[in-house]
Design a protein around this ligand. Sequence first.
Ligand SMILES: CC(C)(COP(=O)(O)OP(=O)(O)OC[C@H]1O[C@@H](n2cnc3c(N)ncnc32)[C@H](O)[C@@H]1OP(=O)(O)O)[C@@H](O)C(=O)NCCC(=O)NCCS
Length: 189
Amino acid sequence: MITHKGTQAIHTERLTLRKFTVDDAQAMFENWANDERVTRYLTWCPHESPEATRQLLEIWCAAYENPNTYNWVMEYEGSIIGNISVVRLSEQSEWAELGYCMGYSYWNKGLMSEAAKAVIDYLFAEIGVNRIGISHAVKNPASGRVAQKCGLTLEGTKREYFKNSNGEFLDISDYGIIRSEWEKQNNLI
Ligand SMILES: CC(C)(COP(=O)(O)OP(=O)(O)OC[C@H]1O[C@@H](n2cnc3c(N)ncnc32)[C@H](O)[C@@H]1OP(=O)(O)O)[C@@H](O)C(=O)NCCC(=O)NCCS
């Protein structure tokens, strides 16, 4: 059963995951939200100004009022570098789907896998979900690799499922992990 606890701070070996504040706007804009390399396979386009980022953060921060909001900013070596969140959640079927993005200069250091593993542990252990999913564009294999490194299994690929901001139809692969697998991987059963 799901028990919502909201976006609690999480500490990993190299990262702190915490709630955003509106004051994160300038750094978020500069570190990832203004970069087309980051948004290429995402649902949104690069922000045009720090003010656009600030307006988004005002909405995101207001959403923390609701304890079913799971939206972390990632802090690394004193900077904010990216974002990981629950982008969809089913109360009825007790699943959550994750989305994430991070500044280009921080890619390929294992940082998103470290963050995602910690969030997966939090959602299974503290919130009580039964299943976690991650979907990614086949053309964006680094994201699929994050899912694999976090113990998720490839469940299928939907052809031309997502039309990106360039008007390109993209194949989307779905990964998932269910509670019994997570318990086994963590020697809990
Ligand atoms: C996807 C993203 C979050 C990955 O973050 P990251 O911190 O670089 O991920 P990690 O370092 O933990 O793991 C990346 C893995 O992908 C691999 N990888 C990178 N580019 C790759 C490519 N073109 N083909 C295959 N594997 C690739 C890396 O080698 C690494 O695997 P390894 O540890 O086995 O060597 C980051 O690239 C990003 O923010 N991209 C833009 C936003 C985005 O696409 N988000 C996901 C939307 S579904």
